[in-house]
Design a binder for this molecule. Structure first.
Ligand SMILES: [Zn+2]
Length: 317
């Protein structure tokens, strides 16, 4: 390694966590939450940002999962002994490779939290599947087995003793699971923009938890201007006032105009813009610490462009 590479590595304090097991989670033919999604993200990051610092995601432990999930859900996901795909709900399928994928996806967030809290990285992006933000404490749903971001946030509270962590969720669907897990937890604030009405049906403005939930429901067809206004005027001011010590991002790219499951009209620049706002906010309150996790996004080109725009901004410190 020459001096130039060393300098570059110091500047690039972003870590990417992923695992091959996340590609093996098989949802069956025709399912939108397919392995090619993660393949597209990994390929776009490798091609577009060749110097990234890749790390293999460890498995989450049982104790780490039990901070937010019921033992019955762990048993349903991990001890199914599935030979054939087993539906957990009409959209959420378990294959033989799914338990390992679920453990690695949740474990990525745990490792990312440890890395940014221990100063080994400034920011981290977890390129994983299955996604997580619909999974509640007791239920796998909406393509999600474990709630990866909630498991990571609970780890930040318990293991690192943080008093204020925030989760910003720009997936086009409302993160009902994340909201349900933390709606009585004063150390966590949850912020979401999402198309409404849309699956899963939650996310109305009046859902405030104990004052720690801030929802910005947006109409089908909403584009860049409406999305940015919602963040600028409603979500970011409250997020700034909360002054989180660590900022989590539920990064779904299904509000992109190309996405087949929703009708919002964003493009990659909008994801980059919001990431920049979040990055500046984290710099003010959280020493720049951000842990971002891939959630949804069902068009491969939108995933490529969106994840690249997002991660590009997370690198700049
Ligand atoms: Zn989504």
């Amino acid at each position: 390694m020459d001096g130039c590479d060393e300098l570059r590595n110091v500047e690039l304090s972003l870590r990417i966590y992923t695992h091959a097991a996340c590609l093996a989670h098989d949802t069956g033919p025709g399912h939108p939450e397919r392995p090619q999604r993660l393949g597209a993200v990994v390929e776009a990051l490798r091609d577009g940002l060749p110097d990234l610092d890749w790390h293999e995601a460890p498995r989450a432990t049982r104790g780490q999962l039990l901070r937010v999930h019921a033992a019955a859900l762990l048993a349903a996901v991990l001890e199914s002994g599935a030979d054939a795909p087993i539906p957990l709900d009409p959209d959420t399928v378990l294959s033989p490779a799914s338990p390992e994928a679920a453990l690695r996806a949740a474990g990525a967030g745990i490792a990312a939290v440890d890395a940014v809290m221990n100063g080994q990285a400034g920011t981290a992006f977890c390129a994983v599947r299955p996604p997580g933000h619909h999974a509640t404490g007791g239920e796998a749903m909406g393509f999600c087995l474990f709630n990866n971001i909630a498991v990571a946030a609970a780890h930040a509270l318990d293991r690192h003793g943080l008093a204020r962590v925030a989760i910003a969720d720009f997936d086009v669907h409302h993160g009902n699971g994340t909201q349900a897990i933390f709606e009585h937890e004063p150390r966590v604030m949850y912020f979401s923009s999402h198309q409404y009405p849309l699956y899963p049906g939650t996310g109305a403005r009046q859902e405030r938890g104990i004052g720690n939930i801030v929802n910005a429901p947006l109409p089908p067809g909403a584009g860049s201007r409406t999305f940015r206004e919602a963040w600028r005027e409603r979500l970011l001011p409250e997020l700034d006032a909360f002054a989180p010590q660590l900022l989590f991002v539920s990064a779904g790219f299904d509000a992109h105009w190309r996405d087949p499951l929703a009708q919002m009209q964003l493009d990659a620049e909008d994801f980059g813009w919001l990431t920049g706002e979040l990055h500046a906010l984290a710099a003010r309150h959280a020493a720049g610490r951000i842990v971002s996790m891939l959630e949804g996004g069902y068009d491969l080109q939108a995933l490529r462009e969106g994840s690249l725009a997002h991660v590009r901004v997370l690198i700049d410190s």
